[in-house]
Design a protein around this ligand. Structure first.
Ligand SMILES: Nc1nc2c(ncn2[C@@H]2O[C@H](COP(=O)(O)OP(=O)(O)OP(=O)(O)O)[C@@H](O)[C@H]2O)c(=O)[nH]1
Ligand SMILES: [Zn+2]
Length: 344
């Protein structure tokens, strides 16, 4: 978390211009005195920002224009950062991001959206049954994670209803980390593994309705901590909009960002070359590809190269996985899967 602010009220009033001859307007954008906070929610033009351990409500300073400010961002705040009822600070700066999880504009939403900043792990929650897994959705999440430079983690719930072996089989060639969970009378089996995987990290949770995501979050984040992330916990006004992400602090450090409204990712912005780069073992096989090969076309050199055994016994399944990820980019939603699940 950001360190404590280094000034008090007096500094604001009598702050000398450090470079006397410089016009004051040039100094303004820097806002050296801004307090640094962590964005936990965004709700209709209002941001909830955690500064040290108190919640501050903020608006975006006019000078930022339409700059995106998303959950996970670290921002500079000026003005009333007391967090008192009715107070409103101004966000004057967004700190450099270490990652950006985004989705492409699609049919249902014409704007390319930045969803979450600074996350380092994407936790893809999928039920093994009830509702049925959606492999295409999982593939799309994997591509989104790789593209954002985040580590993917599969959490497979409801193993009491179905054995995970089949599902895991199709992900084995990708070597994705996974944790299997199930709910029993004693609680959630596997939750300690999930806790360990999340500890100290900034993780985004995605998953369709009904997969058991809330069950998991409720176990990982005790109620008092959950309240921290939510707008209404402090203002008492309104409910938290279910379509926006919310960052919840983990008791032992780290954050879980729950994304209730995110069902899938538009991936058109993802360069196929970046996906191919995830398969360095296949790279030498692209030497006979036509120029600009997408590696998913009849002329692609990989088929013959893999068939000749150059990539070993794992070659065919690795190539199949590459093709699957490449194909997952097309289309705007997870409509390739069954229609189960509700729309938000
Ligand atoms: N059999 C079984 N049921 C589970 C398990 N985990 C969760 N459930 C049940 O699945 C249902 C959906 O769980 P939720 O945690 O509400 O699912 P969610 O993904 O948060 O869904 P929304 O709240 O609609 O977004 C609930 O009835 C849970 O009790 C599990 O491991 N096994
Ligand atoms: Zn090729």
């Amino acid at each position: 978390m950001p360190s404590r602010r280094e000034y008090d009220e007096r500094d604001i009033r009598v702050r000398p211009n450090p470079k006397g001859s410089r016009p004051r307007t040039k100094d303004r954008p820097a806002h050296k005195d801004a307090v640094i906070g962590f964005v936990t929610t965004v709700d209709r033009g209002r941001w909830t920002v955690l500064v040290d351990d108190h919640v501050v409500h903020a608006m975006r300073a006019r000078e930022l224009g339409r700059t995106s400010i998303v959950v996970g961002d670290r921002v500079g705040l000026v003005g009333d950062t007391s967090g008192a009822e009715g107070s409103l600070a101004r966000i004057v700066r967004v700190e450099k991001r270490t990652s950006v999880l985004r989705r492409t504009a699609d049919d249902t939403d014409p704007v390319e959206r930045m969803l979450v900043a600074n996350a380092d792990q994407l936790v893809i929650v999928t039920a093994l049954a009830d509702p049925e897994p959606r492999p295409r959705m999982v593939d799309r999440c994997l591509v989104a994670a790789y593209d954002a430079g985040m580590d993917p983690l599969l959490v497979l719930t409801k193993s009491d209803l179905k054995d995970p072996a089949d599902f895991l089989g199709s992900y084995a060639p990708l070597d994705v980390r996974h944790i299997v969970t199930s709910v029993s009378d004693d609680g959630i089996d596997g939750v300690e593994q999930v806790r360990a995987a999340l500890n100290g990290r900034l993780s985004v949770l995605v998953g369709h309705s009904g997969v058991g995501k809330s069950t998991l979050v409720n176990e990982l984040v005790p109620g008092t901590y959950r309240a921290t992330g939510h707008v209404n916990a402090v203002t008492g006004r309104g409910r938290h909009t279910s379509s926006s992400a919310v960052a919840l602090p983990l008791p032992d450090g780290g954050w879980v960002i729950d994304t209730p409204g995110v069902r899938s990712f538009g991936l058109a912005h993802v360069d196929p070359g970046r996906i191919a780069a995830l398969f360095p073992d296949l790279a030498p096989g692209t030497k006979d590809c036509p120029r600009g090969c997408t590696h998913d076309e009849p002329e692609c050199g990989l088929d013959a190269w893999v068939a000749d055994g150059h990539a070993g016994t794992a070659g065919p399944s690795r190539l199949e996985s590459l093709r699957r990820l490449l194909r997952s980019r097309s289309g705007d939603t997870d409509r390739g899967d069954s229609d189960r699940g509700n729309t938000e």
